[in-house]
Ligand binder design. Structure first.
Ligand code: PXG
Length: 455
């Protein structure tokens, strides 16, 4: 493509001059310049200097089927020629959106049989807030408006998304609306030292009950949580957590919303994280892996408890997006689901994760590593100041950032969340890729160790 004929320096200068990146320190980026990614195939990325990177993050937790899938491009090309756009407003629909909704109903957990589509995880969570509040209005309990979520939760960057989320750095930047409360997450390594994981699971679930009692159940609309908190640092809950959360939601009559944006579509060894943890949600949020990031698409799946009321008593639901049920995005998602099914990617990745876990045990031995935690194809390597004492670094995020930069230098893409090194590889990762990941990560950990012992 013509626009590829520029030098890296030219791209970087143009980028600095005209492009505001998400979640970025602009001054720092202008000094360093962006890493310009120009192509990708399988599990490898290539930048504008022709350097290759093993992508252990599936892009941004989304390219579940890997890069370079011609089928997905062909389906988009065909759909664009046949019907590039039409909406689902005013009593119309398109065939890909109907087909996708039906296929999602088949794989979704519990009795989630209806899809509402949008284009990003944030928009999908905005839909959740509006639909849940509408539900309680229709049930004639209009005071039930407040959402309970967790600290370190990430549910998006729109106003509802950021409020649902528990990132204080985002709240501080004009983010937190009233009606959103946050409780302690089941982050055992950081907070649970004095308890067994099982005790800590109950302890943190009970934080939700405490919050309900503080605010009053008559004011609480829903609890929202990811099965495993992804962008919060891959916080894997003890097995006792979700059963107790579900008991609490039932007891106090509040809806349970499960954000499957990262955990969905095979990430944890099943179609959904809800399957892995035996969660029976009233609503789930989906994005990312639904289209493997080839095209923006998101949505929510809604269960009978909500749809019965919405359909029977609701009248007009005054909510929707121009691109809700976009035919090209839905066609790509249908093909993406077909790839996942036909290549047995969920079962295969779950089997491959046994080898990943075995090799990650070697990483856990490293003197910088406090623990490695993982579930199938998502995990974190927690870097610590003192392994024996489980002591974390006083200034959070510095060492993680250093290690991430060494990884990049060594041709490995990992994400640092605070001082946790995250892996979330495409489901097509094989044993050779895992060996490469482990070798490059070991080298980066050694370099990080050297770096901090010198400074
Ligand atoms: N829910 C969850 C669980 C997510 O991880 C969203 C909602 C919002 O999706 P959109 O499509 O609006 O971005 C996400 C997104 C990171 C990072 O740095 C993670 C996400 C987005 C951007 C950066 O790890 N997750």
């Amino acid at each position: 493509m013509a626009y590829l004929n520029r030098t890296t320096k030219q791209w970087q200068d143009m980028d600095t001059a005209h492009h505001l990146h998400p979640f970025t320190n602009y001054k720092a980026l202008a000094k360093e310049g962006s890493n310009i990614i120009v192509k990708a195939d399988g599990v490898y990325l290539t930048n504008s200097d022709n350097k290759q990177f093993l992508d252990a993050m599936s892009g941004l937790w989304c390219v579940n089927v890997g890069y370079g899938r011609k089928n997905l491009a062909e389906v988009a090309y065909k759909q664009m020629q046949e019907l590039p756009y039409y909406n689902s407003f005013f009593k119309t629909a398109t065939t890909p959106s109907i087909e996708l909704a039906q296929q999602l109903a088949e794989i979704a957990p519990n009795d989630l049989n209806h899809a509402f589509f949008s284009s990003s995880g944030s928009e999908a969570n905005d839909t959740v807030v509006r639909m849940v509040r509408r539900y309680w209005d229709l049930k004639e309990q209009p005071k039930k408006k407040t959402f309970i979520s967790r600290e370190y939760a990430y549910h998006g960057s729109t106003m509802a998304g950021v409020s649902l989320g528990g990132m204080t750095g985002m709240h501080e930047q004009g983010g937190l609306m009233p009606g959103f409360e946050h409780v302690m997450p089941p982050y055992w390594y950081k907070y649970g030292a004095e308890m067994t994981p099982a005790e800590f699971g109950i302890f943190t679930a009970n934080k939700i009950e405490e919050k309900i009692n503080e605010i009053g159940a008559e004011n609480i609309a829903a609890f929202i949580g990811e099965p495993i908190q992804g962008a919060g640092g891959v916080i894997i809950p003890p097995e006792t957590y979700w059963p107790r959360v579900q008991e609490i939601c039932k007891e106090y009559d509040i809806l349970l919303v499960v954000d499957e944006v990262i955990c969905g579509f095979g990430r944890t060894g099943n179609w959904f994280g809800s399957d892995t943890y035996n969660i029976k949600p009233d609503i789930i949020t989906m994005a990312k892996g639904i289209s493997s990031g080839y095209i923006p698409l998101s949505g929510i799946m809604v269960g009978k408890r909500v749809t019965d009321i919405l359909i029977e008593k609701g009248g007009d639901f005054n909510h929707g997006y121009t691109y809700s049920g976009h035919p090209v995005a839905c066609a790509v998602a249908i093909e993406n689901l077909k790839i996942i099914r036909e290549e047995n990617l969920i079962e295969n990745s779950s089997k491959t994760s046994v080898y990943l876990e075995k090799r990650m045990k070697e990483i856990a031995e490293h003197s910088l590593v406090g623990e490695v935690r993982m579930k199938s194809f998502i995990g974190a390597v927690e870097l610590v100041k003192n392994k024996e004492k489980k002591e974390m670094f006083a200034e959070t995020g510095v060492v993680g950032g250093i290690c991430r930069d060494y990884c990049t230098e060594n041709g490995l893409v990992m994400r640092a969340v605070r001082d946790g090194m995250i892996f979330c590889p495409p489901l097509i990762f094989n044993n050779n890729h895992i060996d490469e990941l482990v070798e490059k990560l070991k080298k980066s950990l050694d370099q990080t160790q050297d770096h901090i012992s010198k400074s």
